[in-house]
Write a protein that binds this ligand. Sequence first.
Ligand code: AMP
Length: 199
Amino acid sequence: MGCETKARNLRHAGCAGVEMNSDPRIQNSEENNITVVALGSNLGNSRDIIFRAFERLQKISDKPLQKSSLWKSSPVDCPPGSPDFVNAVVLLTPSPSETPETLLKKLQALEKEFGRQTKKVLNEPRPLDLDMIAFGNEIRASEKLTLPHPRAHERRFVLQPLSEIAADLILPGQKKTVRELLDSLATDEVLTRLGDTVT
Ligand code: AMP
């Protein structure tokens, strides 16, 4: 799956046409806080869980989700013996009244709905992990919420799927596009594309 940006002055966050005007950063108007959410699962039928999570995330997006492929990835910073993950990334358009905090609550409710328990061990296997990578250009550094997500720009399991739908996007706080970050990444993470998204 790929995505080519044809025009220099008209930037797109995704193949299906999230217009970024002349500014490749995430647009921060009240009406268009494009939000990047990373999905991961390494417990249960992860592929099925991710597809069902896409459907649930669609319900909290005002516009059709932009969805990456599904990718299998080796666990990073997880307890020894942790299963591989299935990962994906979506771009969603929150309603104008949504804030990062209200959206985080919805994402956490979804994680619970898919069976996530209160964690006993750091990064233990879970049916569904939802990370808010960015919410428009909002910045947060509270106990509950860090925006943009502090490690997203160095994670292949975020950048590789994100590059399918928003290669030219510049995440808040970064100078490089998603594609450039991916190209300059030096990690031993192994990612394998699992197949096309279900639309
Ligand atoms: P994790 O185990 O990786 O899902 O981390 C969950 C914890 O990270 C929760 O307590 C969240 O409040 C916190 N958190 C901080 N920033 C974010 C973010 N950008 N997206 C999701 N969770 C976040």
